[in-house]
Structure formats: structure tokens, C-alpha cells
Design a protein around this ligand. Sequence first.
Ligand code: GAL
Length: 434
Amino acid sequence: MKKKLYGIFILLAFALVMAACSSDSSSDQNDETDKGDQSESAGEDGNVEIFSWWTGAGEEEGLLALIELFEEEHPDINVENAAVAGGAGTNAKAVLATRMQGNDPPSTFQVHGGEELNKSWVAADKMEPLNDFYEENNWMDKYPEELIDLVSDDGNIYSVPVNVHRGNPVFYNMEVFEEHDIDIPTTFDEFFEAADKLDDAGVIPLALGDKESWPATQIFENILLGVLGPDDYQKLFDGEIEFNDDRVVEAAEIFGKMLEYINEDHASRNWQDSAQLVANGEAAMLNMGDWAKGYFSNDLDMETNVDFGYFDFPETEGMFQVITDTFGLPKGVKNTDDVKKFLTVLGSVEGQDTFNPLKGGIPARVDADPEKYDDYGKDAMEDFTSARLVPSLAHGSAASEGFLTKANQAVNIFVTQGDIDNFIQALENAAPEM
Ligand code: GAL
């Protein structure tokens, strides 16, 4: 009986939601004149809804500080922090897709520069070009050309980068390295030598938390980068090199071998949980984007180059896996002036220097203040100007969402089954979606 009532309740709730959606969309359609299928219902005056996946430890501090700065400058505008938990946007991207398809865009949303922005939202004609806005703010020479390219399509600029994260550092526990006399590994061979030594001493060599599969994908993309080098890595995602190339197979073999050195409970941990293993010395190393540096410094009170150190993922020295979080202006949002005020703060030197020291990455702007950053940040800023920049697959820049979803699935199956042929086949099958 209880079950039946519960069922009826669910049906009623569903019907109410559907009714709300359909009445929204019918009024949207009535409003529509020259805007195709875009809604005009989004965004109330005096209210800015910021959509992201930055919730909880190691994720939200930067955003909250940025919002605080915005509220100080614009006390008349109310900010709605619409964040959906789940690293790398695992859940947020699905919620966003539903909202965008239902013509209910947030005022602005987190989106990676590169294919995630361009192939998903720009291609679907869901974003307003921001060229004039960039000109008004004198931003054209304040962002590196490479970043402007990542947020542009066909001469139009579609979003404002708030940061640059690096995807190929390995963070390590300095005390553990010292205690076991481990040298920084620069090649895969050296990595495995160090891993064996740590393993023999009862330390987990490499921490992984792939409850969501992207941290494993991130390791694989870094191995690909190390084996292929930056040019051919790029060619792979441009479809000029096939996934059954011998070097991709070699990368899969190295990946399989690395997975022999991870913590057994990897599938039940998220990225913060895996970082904790390194923080408490149970594990020695972690490959993670440098949001982990924000987590170590601001949440776990660890000191850079004292408690934790960092080095380039083996064989990727002089290369920089670029991840950039950006925010744009969806079509159909009503109070564009208020949203632009938020984007102006987010794109300002002060905004970026408020956000990034907490978030762990570096500012996207070229004229930010290096003194606001610790040694890690200063190094990353310098590397960003001198290293070979390559787009990250795991974080939306190198290939479309469709491909990434399938690559994450393929990686996840590989982590559990270890079958190289199946893995390569799955990547090949997904390649047309790149
Ligand atoms: C990335 C994002 C970062 C960080 C990370 C973990 O995709 O660019 O800012 O949030 O996911 O969730």
C-alpha cells in the first residue's frame, strides 16, 4: 500500500514538473520572434544565477570569494550560486544540458574553453558573441591569444576565462619521498623504479580516486602526451592519427602498468579523497589538475615545497596540459547588463587574483599580480608562457563531450578489466564523435 501511495506521489510530482516545463516553454514560444528557439524567460533583473560544479572542499572557496567581491561592488544585484556537486562537471554538465535544451539557461555557467564550449553550446547557437564586450573592457590584449582562440569560433568570442589550470603536475608527499630516498622521476622507467621502491616499503605509490572516471582519463591523457609528444597528441584529437597507432597502444600498456601501483579502494574515492592519501602519507604521488594545490594549501593546510612538492608528469617536461574554466552569456538571458557586470568582475585583475590563489591555478590574464601566488603559482605562470600548451581531453578542451563521455567509459572499463584490445577498439569506435 505504502509503495502504491509512493508511486502515485512520484507520478503527481512528475506531472507537476512536466506541467511547469510545458507552460514555461509555451510562453517562451509566444515570446519568440527573432531568436529561434531561445527562451527569454531566464534571468530576473537584479538577480544573477551562476552555474558551476564548484561545491565543497577544494572547489568552492575561490568562487565564494569572487561572489563576495562582486557583491561588494554591486550590492543591488543578488547572486544565486547554483552549483551542482561532482568533479569535472560530472553531474553539472547533465543538468546544464537539460536546462539549455529546455530553454532555461542560467545567467552564466562554467564551461571549459575549447570543444566543450564550441561543439556543445556555440554550435547549437546558444551563446551570445562577446566581441564588443571584450573591446569595451579593453581585454583583447589582456588574455593570451591561445586562450582567446579556445573561447572563439569563426572570429567570435564566446566566453571569459577566469583561470588556467594545469593538468599534468604530479603532486607528492615530500616527507615520504625523503624517508624512502625517492628521486623525482622524469621518465616512465624512473617512475616505475620509484613506484617499486615505494611499494616495497608499504607505501601506495600513486593515489587515484576514480569514483568518477575522469581522474583516470587524466592520467591516460598525460601518458598519451608523454608518448606522442605535443604535436602528435594534438593530431590524435584532430583525427590525423588513429587510436590503433602503435604509440597509443604503448600508452595503454604504460597506463595498465601504472594502475598496478594505485590504492585498492580507488573506485570509492573522489579526487579530494585521493589527495588525502597523499596528504596523510599513505600514498606518495597524485596526478591531478592543480586545483589539488588549492585543496592542499587551503583545506589541508599543507605548505608548498615543504609538505608537498610537484613535478611534471613523466616525459611531459616543458608541456602544459591546459584547462580553462570560462563563463559566457547564454542566449535568451534577460538581464544581460547584470550578467555582464558579473563577467566584468570575473575578468578583472582583481577578480582573477581573488579567485585563483584559492583555487590553485593561475590567472588567465597576462597582467595579474604574480606576488599574489606562491611558488607553485609562480612556476606555473612562468611555464604557461614558455611551455608547449596542449588541450586537455578529460577537461573538455581537446574533443567533444560526446567523445569524452565514451572515452571516460572506455577508461573506466579498462581500469577494471585491463583489456588493451578492447580499450583501443572502444576509443576507435568513439573517434568519429571527436
Ligand atoms: C575541472 C575544472 C576545475 C576543477 C576540476 C575538479 O574540470 O576545470 O576547475 O573544478 O574540474 O572538479
